[in-house]
Write a protein of this length. Structure first.
Length: 95
């Protein structure tokens, strides 16, 4: 089990490599339930952090809300996407 604390630097986990993304904070604290990489025969492009309903989720960095969606959304469920500029976007899904 990996635990990430809110307010720490966000780490991108690709296989066994951990790459620090300077300046980006982790949006919440919680238990990591799925890493970036192969999952169920497909590539999983996100880091899933489990939490209780109502837990605070902050943006990893300043930006503009690009999407606020409700429903199935191809498996994302309810989610918010934030554009951070420079081609970077974060998504907060399964809410």
């Amino acid at each position: 089990m990996i635990t990430i604390l809110a307010g720490t630097f966000l780490f991108a986990i690709i296989g066994a490599t951990i790459v620090e993304a300077r300046g980006w904070s982790c949006p919440t604290s919680g238990r990591v339930t799925s890493l970036v990489g192969p999952r169920w025969g497909k590539f999983h492009a996100g880091l899933d952090i489990a939490n209780r309903t109502g837990t605070y989720i902050g943006a990893a960095d300043a930006g503009t809300v690009a999407v606020a969606a409700y429903g199935w959304n191809g498996g994302y469920g309810n989610y918010v996407a934030i554009n951070h500029g420079g081609g970077y976007q974060t998504r907060y899904a399964h809410q």
